[in-house]
Design a protein around this ligand. Structure first.
Ligand code: FES
Ligand SMILES: [Fe+2]
Length: 437
């Protein structure tokens, strides 16, 4: 299905309006799969999930299901989890260790790089003119790279390098990925559950919707802490955005970590403050577990202080699978890791007090936007566009103020740029966009 809608006409970045058909149109959804999910760098796994040869996890890249596996040479391969014989899904497990992947249907076997290594009655194939085993491997991703422990891949050979794709966002990512010399790891286990919403609603929430917390999460905060969330003082709060990625934050160091409700967690960060300042600078030490949320374009969101990292996995225009992990410093004491595990279950999980608040809003916004007349009313994303400033130390486009739609509009501008371009070479460079503003 193709859409008759022109993506650029749906995003009015100058005046701050968005056409809400982007949350429901089936044709736009199909185009997103082609032009965003088959083109962008997507998060696949953390290196710590697959330490040994043959270790694997499965992941989605758009609607394409892939196997991510540690190769014999120590590198990582990713290839499509669908047999090159009759298309059967090869690997049914979400993680494990394998010497090879054998298809259930007729028994074709594939190696750790997706190459076809054997099949029953292989002599019959070998006697078949034109059969070429080397062309029967599983389709591999075009590029795969890691950044400080996080593994990303793209299906597009023309995509820029991961470093270029991340750009200045690496400065921000290092706050969570490189604040300790031991690096990071995912705690065992991935929480997966379905939310009946369009994938962009959680992405835009995490990329910079600090505004909702004081209202959406107030009753949960009252129940937990005995007091609500007071409107944040706005000095020293920021939004930063580049390449469609975004980070909204205060400089309160442990704001969100404190909301985990575990003293041992805040004590850990306080004890590490000077070491982190020595490693990353004083400014970033104030952001390390702060009141903040972030989204790496298109669908990898995280809450630095809560240690929650998640993928907004599209399953349809109004359907998403949320996959969530807990990222901690490898050298963190076991009891602090355990406190984070408990905190995540209590706050950001299917039964988590904050997650339930959020997902109800995303589901209702998705459902409402399907109304024929309802969707004619555009949505306003203009708050805070006038607060841009040149900050001497913060990279990217920076907006002062925690309450701002700036990151959200930057996310949707990037969305429109990618949706309108036939190839990566046609995608507007963010620097061009900056210059045009
Ligand atoms: S479909 Fe996989 S071996 Fe036939
Ligand atoms: Fe929220």
């Amino acid at each position: 299905m193709t859409s008759t809608l022109d993506p650029r006409s749906l995003i009015d970045a100058d005046e701050g309006w968005i056409d809400r058909r982007i949350f429901s149109d089936p044709g736009l959804y199909e185009l997103e799969l082609e032009r965003i999910f088959a083109r962008c760098w997507l998060f696949l796994a953390h290196e710590s999930q697959i330490p040994k040869t043959g270790d694997f996890v499965t992941a989605y890249m758009g609607r394409d299901h892939v196997i991510v596996v540690r190769k014999k040479d120590g590198g990582v391969a990713a290839f499509i989890n669908s047999c090159s014989h009759r298309g059967n899904r090869i690997c049914g497990a979400s993680q494990g260790n394998a010497r090879q992947f054998v298809c259930n249907y007729h028994g074709w076997a594939f190696g750790l790089e997706g190459e076809l290594v054997g099949m029953p009655q292989k002599e019959l194939y070998e006697a078949t003119p034109g059969f070429d085993k080397s062309r029967m491997g599983l389709t591999r991703v075009a590029q795969i790279e890691s950044y400080n422990g996080l593994i990303f891949a793209t299906f597009d050979p023309e995509a820029p390098s991961l470093d270029d794709y991340l750009g200045d966002y690496r400065w921000y990512l290092d706050i969570v990925l490189d604040n300790d010399e031991g690096g990071t790891e995912f705690l065992d286990g991935c929480i997966k559950y379905d939310v009946a919403c369009n994938w962009k609603l959680p992405a835009e929430n995490f990329v910079g919707d600090s505004y909702h917390a004081q209202w959406t999460h107030n009753s949960a905060a009252m129940a937990i802490f005995g007091r609500g969330i007071s409107p944040r003082k706005l000095e020293n709060t920021f939004h930063a955005t580049m390449n469609g990625h975004g980070w909204g934050f205060g400089l309160d160091m442990i704001g969100n970590a404190a909301a985990s409700g575990h003293r041992i967690v805040t004590d850990y960060w306080r004890s590490r403050e000077s070491a982190i300042a020595a490693r990353l600078g004083k400014l970033r030490s104030k952001m390390v577990a702060s009141s903040s949320s972030a989204n790496l374009f298109p669908n990898f969101g995280f809450l630095p202080g809560h240690a929650c990292f998640r993928v907004w996995q599209p399953m349809g225009p109004a359907s998403m699978e949320l996959r969530s992990w807990i990222l901690v410093n490898r050298n963190m004491p076991a009891e602090v890791k355990d406190a984070y595990r408990q905190a995540a279950a209590f706050t950001f999980s299917p039964g988590g007090v904050f997650e339930m608040d959020d997902s109800e809003n995303w589901e209702n916004a998705t459902r409402a936007s399907t109304g024929v007349v309802t969707r004619r009313q555009r949505l306003y994303y203009g708050l805070g566009h006038n607060t841009r400033e040149d900050h001497p130390d913060l990279p990217g486009r920076v907006y002062r103020n925690f309450f701002s739609d700036a990151n959200q509009m930057a996310f949707y501008s990037r969305w429109a740029d990618l949706m309108s371009a036939e190839r990566w070479a046609d995608v507007a460079e963010p620097s061009e966009r900056d210059a045009a503003e």
